[in-house]
Design a protein around this ligand. Structure first.
Ligand code: KG4
Ligand code: ZN
Length: 364
């Protein structure tokens, strides 16, 4: 079966063709970073318009790479949310149109489900497993018990971790996107140079919080420049120390919360987590990858880090989620609605202390 996957929920335009035998016949991702860089973050209106400009051609290129014509497709899956509503609509409507023209089954995929199942596309991985989803819009720990069976164990009460990296980089004058820049600068810095808090570390549950860390970083930068935020006065050595200290603090928090997540997984499912899967753009961070290796080693848990191209936003994961859903008889009508918000675990209560909805970043 050749499944066309389409992803346009944020600032990547992506199209892929994946088979039910786990073959990625094409997976193309067009980043809009250059169009948003000027604004220091993703501008929803620009994202939607850029998807319109590029998606048709990208789908054509994916078909060509796979050596297929559109009539050779067997099904279509498109992200229906969560994401920037205008951006989601572009891919969803395009997917529906292709399905309608060729009379194909259509699957409306939750972007988070795409991340949650992506590891199964490249590895022999059985349910259940613990998922640490760390991206620009999300920071969650989920028990993945099967297709459509997700139990949220913890989530961020304010910023997503990738968002925290991006904001920290902006504070330090390191540019956008921030994660890779912080990681690069941190290599030459002293992780103990700046004292920063570890929000929620050691607390009950496995929720996350990063906004206090960002504030503490801003205050520490201000303290070095006479009470004013002046990133341009920081020397490269100071930038490196700030970046290393920030990355170490985030790492401490993520490791502590993931360790708590392993305990909660056992309580919630009645069995120890056989595997920890890490997904989302922050999973690219080498410091984090190493520390997760140590943590899982301590508990004898298998660690699965999908290849980077599958960790960051892509359409192969959407096609794969579509294949998994279709394989269980789950398909959607052409009236499937785009959704700005769409939690994977509809039963999860908001964590205590969660800010009011609408305050999360563009990628939320
Ligand atoms: O999954 P992703 O590509 O997009 C979504 O948010 O869905 O994640 C992008 C996020 C950005 O916030 C970026 O700064 C962060 O992942 N990121 C990193 C690294 N590479 C990307 N954060 C820390 N270290 C990295 N090496
Ligand atoms: Zn994502």
């Amino acid at each position: 079966m050749n499944m066309l996957g389409i992803e346009t929920s944020c600032d990547e335009t992506a199209a892929a063709i994946v088979t039910d035998r786990k073959e990625i016949r094409a997976s193309l991702v067009l980043s809009q970073i250059d169009e948003h860089r000027l604004y220091g973050g993703v501008v929803p209106e620009i994202a939607a318009r850029s998807h319109i400009d590029h998606l048709d051609r990208l789908i054509g290129a994916a078909l060509e790479e796979a050596g297929l014509a559109s009539g050779d497709l067997d099904a279509v899956a498109a992200t229906a949310g969560p994401g920037l509503i205008g951006a989601v609509m572009v891919g969803l409507t395009t997917g529906k149109a292709i399905a309608a023209v060729h009379d194909l089954p259509f699957v409306a995929v939750n972007h988070l489900e795409g991340h949650a199942l992506s590891a199964r596309l490249v590895e022999d991985l059985d349910y259940p497993y613990l998922l640490l989803l760390v991206s620009g819009g999300h920071c969650q720990l989920l028990a993945v018990e099967g297709v459509g069976a997700y139990r949220r164990l913890g989530t961020t009460i304010d910023d997503a971790v990738g968002e925290a990296f991006d904001k920290a980089a902006k504070l330090l004058g390191l540019g956008y996107p921030g994660g890779p820049a912080i990681e690069a600068y941190a290599r030459d810095g002293d992780p103990a140079a700046i004292k920063l808090p570890r929000p929620l570390k050691g607390r009950a549950g496995c929720d996350f919080s990063f906004s206090g860390l960002k504030t503490a970083l801003r205050q520490a930068v201000e303290a070095t420049s006479g009470g004013k935020l002046a990133a341009e006065t920081l020397t490269p050595a100071a930038q490196a120390d700030f970046a290393a200290s920030f990355q170490a603090a985030v790492g401490d928090v993520l490791i502590d919360r993931t360790e708590a997540g392993l305990r909660l997984f056992a309580e919630a499912t009645g069995q120890a987590a056989p595997a920890l899967v890490v997904a989302g753009g922050v999973a690219a961070n080498t410091h984090l990858r190493e520390r997760l290796g140590v943590l899982t080693g301590k508990y004898g848990v298998r660690l699965t880090l999908p290849p980077l191209a599958l960790c960051t936003d892509n359409a192969a994961m959407i096609a794969w989620a579509g294949i998994e859903r279709l394989g269980r008889g789950l398909r959607d009508g052409l009236d499937a609605a785009p959704r700005a918000r769409w939690p994977l675990d509809a039963n999860a209560a908001p964590p205590p202390g969660m800010g009011r909805p609408g305050r999360l970043g563009a990628k939320a």
